[in-house]
Write a protein that binds this ligand. Sequence first.
Ligand SMILES: [Zn+2]
Length: 371
Amino acid sequence: MKIDPVSVTPYPLAAAISPGIYPYLGGSVDQAVLRSVVSACGGAVVSGRRGAKLAAQTSGVLVDPAAYGASAATDSGPLFDYDEWLTRQQAAGVPLILTDTPRIRNDDRSALRKALERWAAIDDPTLVVLPIEPWWLREGLPHLTEEVRAAGRPVAIVLLHQYNGLDTARAIAGLLTFIAEVEPLPVVLLRCDISAVGMVAHRAFAGFVGWSANTRHGPLPMRRPDRAEGEDERDDSPSVFVPALHNYVKTSKLPALARNRSMNILHCGDPACRGDSLLEIAALTETDLRAGRLLAGRHNMASTERLARRILAAAEPRDAWREACQAGAEASAALAESGISLPSSRWLRQWLDLGPHARPPAEPAPVNLLL
Ligand SMILES: [Zn+2]
């Protein structure tokens, strides 16, 4: 979903892409699916070498080199080798170049500075990718803000985390402070979850929301959990956005939520589900995991788009976002009262803890939807 850039500052970014919410698809998407996503959502991000090949065949698609998936640069090693990823993106004809930043370690200010200088002299519109851990939104926030302001370039934050970096205490408040303090520099959330909609409501430039759990945060090496013998196997069912709960839930957990028939929690009215129950995705996943994942991804994109339209077209998007968070938390609480408990989400709680008047009034948000 793109927004008419009527009130956006004249940084080159707005000339390259419209502000708004778009899907982040990773590198394994099928070409036909990518085409249909781009025509429905007005753009998308794909990642890695395979993504670059896909982008060359579909206009309006951005490529995230996703170089942060490799090990972090150290003081002794070079931060960047050569311009392979610049050439690759130029050859694909992308509207906006994304930099190939490796993982920036906590407190490594010189790596941050180098990342902010990457391809600063080229003529193409460029977005500096900053793959950082939540530490930079807390203890490291003054340094992050200072360096980004000094560089004066648009940035895309990729939060590196095992699950969800925005679950880290104070991460949401830190991100909102960052967006406000570097303004008018555009801030993009790359590889985010639906909190990207809340961030755009709070004047982030754009958000790219992952269609699956592993495209909603940057990868960090998993710590192997100490698992007792006989414990359940890993749950590899896809997670789906449940609009009524304003939260993501694994499809394996959906049948339990359906036990409360009076609440109709699993109804989905987006263009992918057309009023079906999300149990359809759970059922398909049981018989065909691959097809179930694809359906889950399509639902996630369609329901995110639907949510973004509603929030960003509201007279006061920040209030609309807060109401959506509140309604989701209340629905979860009502489920808990009827004996169905869901793990509480810390990111959602953080949005609610901000309070209704935590931020100074923003200028009117752009409201003209092009779709
Ligand atoms: Zn749906």
